[in-house]
Ligand binder design. Structure first.
Ligand code: IFM
Length: 443
């Protein structure tokens, strides 16, 4: 099973990488980490499949050298990882030196293998202590986050290839405070509006803080989903536009144009924090690159029975992954070219996550994830088309290096290029890993 592309099809210097996130792989019970709001969220029955947590996860905290060997041996150039806020500041304020030491060792080990480190400062593990103070609903979170960003940067920032502030603000805010699916599990439009703004203010404050420290490789990682109207009916077309607004346009418009989409303010405006307009200058502090996470499209219909934005996702006709997500590579091309044309212009774009979940099994020592090989292949070709159409895409990271903790789905969904047996922690590279090695590793 091989890909139809090779490294030489991409522009010189294009970076191929593998991505992970701290809480999903490290093991949050090790090294003096404090509880994050995922630990407290999972403790309430019904929130997470089997009430599972990241306490052990892939035990990457102890096995990081073996995992980094896999990245190097797969022919990848770069490793995207995140630091855990709850590990570095277990009570939300005081620094756990053991936590910083871990990321120092990790950074050295990445560099020793000739890999480039791509850091994400926040991939969802908010210290539970800060969540108890209101978390993303509390305006103070922006300053708490900037302090944390400064602390991490002071220790490892000089060795990073890039630094991203926040991973997927839509999930931090909307999925977690309006849809109630991720921690802290709220279904509250007022909480959601505040989180939608504060997560961007936190990003802006951190960019200002790290710029002042001389950092010139700052970005943010946004997730995008192609919003497809479920039918040609004007109500469905308008519903898809609202979906596109709160999911796709809200964040990128604020960052690049210092404004929020008017059609979304129609719904959120009454719930926004007072005086939010004055923060848009900070939110729009220029970034050096944009990270794009892309997985699927959504098919959106008008839902007259639900509150604003009165939308519902309906099943579409395309084949789906184990998450039930439609496989739609054209959406990645559409998003990349649209971002370049309408928002980011010449700012470099990096595809920081792309991948799929499948019910993989080890058979005779192998995992033949042919469907994932096809998925990666089709999406890489979509990236190539976007580059040919002028989008300045400079890298691509597969999600994920390892099977890992898939948030509210616990360990039930496998996204890895490398299979993990959670009983033994044995790693088994899948066919998709071998396909990358063949295409980009020169073997
Ligand atoms: O596992 C997540 C990751 O943490 C953020 N982006 C989407 C992935 C798959 O759901």
């Amino acid at each position: 099973m091989t890909f139809s592309f090779r490294r030489s099809d991409f522009p010189d210097g294009f970076q191929f990488g593998a991505a992970t996130a701290a809480y999903q792989i490290e093991g949050s019970s090790f090294g003096g980490a404090g509880p994050s709001h995922w630990d407290t969220f999972a403790a309430t029955p019904g929130n997470v499949v089997n009430a599972e947590t990241g306490a052990i996860a892939c035990d990457h905290y102890h096995r990081y050298e073996e995992d980094l060997d896999l990245i190097r041996d797969g022919g990848f150039d770069a490793y995207r990882f995140s630091t855990s806020w709850a590990r570095i500041m277990p009570d939300g304020t005081n620094v756990n030196v053991e936590g910083l030491d871990f990321y120092d060792r990790l950074t050295d080990a990445i560099l020793e293998r000739g890999l480039k480190p791509y850091l994400t400062l926040y991939h969802w593990d908010l210290p539970a202590a800060l969540s108890d103070f209101g978390g993303w609903r509390n305006r103070d979170v922006a300053n708490w986050f900037a302090d944390y960003a400064r602390t991490v940067f002071a220790r490892i920032g000089d060795r990073m290839e890039t630094v991203a502030t926040i991973n997927e603000p839509w999930c931090v805010a909307w999925l977690s405070h309006f849809l109630g699916i991720h921690a802290p599990g709220l279904r509250d439009i007022r909480a959601a509006a505040r989180a939608m703004h504060h997560v961007l203010l936190a990003h802006g404050r951190a960019v200002e803080a790290l710029r002042a420290e001389g950092c010139d490789k700052l970005g943010i990682v946004l997730n995008f989903e192609h919003a497809n109207p479920a039918s040609d009916a004007p109500e469905d077309v308008a519903a898809a536009r609202r979906q596109d607004g709160h999911y796709n346009r809200w964040f990128i418009q604020a960052i690049t144009q210092k404004s929020y989409p008017e059609d979304i303010l129609e719904g959120l405006g009454d719930h926004m924090p007072q005086g939010y307009e004055a923060d848009l200058e900070t939110i729009g502090t220029p970034i050096d690159w944009l990270g794009v996470n892309y997985y699927t499209r959504s098919n959106i219909a008008h839902d007259p029975d639900s509150v604003w934005p009165s939308i519902k996702a309906v099943p579409g006709p395309l084949p789906t992954t184990d998450m039930g997500w439609e496989i739609y590579p054209d959406g990645l091309h559409a998003i990349l070219t649209r971002l370049h044309r309408d928002y980011t212009k010449d700012t470099p774009i990096i595809v920081t996550e792309n991948g799929m979940a499948w019910d993989d099994h080890v058979e005779n020592g192998r995992v033949d994830d042919a469907i994932r090989v096809d998925y990666f292949d089709a999406h890489m070709k979509a990236v190539l088309r976007a580059i040919a159409d002028g989008a300045p895409v400079q890298g691509y990271f597969g999600w994920s290096l390892l099977d890992n903790y898939e948030w509210a789905q616990g360990y039930a969904k496998r996204f890895g290029m490398v299979h993990v047996d959670y009983e033994t922690q044995k790693r088994t590279p899948k066919a998709s890993y071998e396909a990358f090695r063949h295409a980009i590793g020169g073997n």
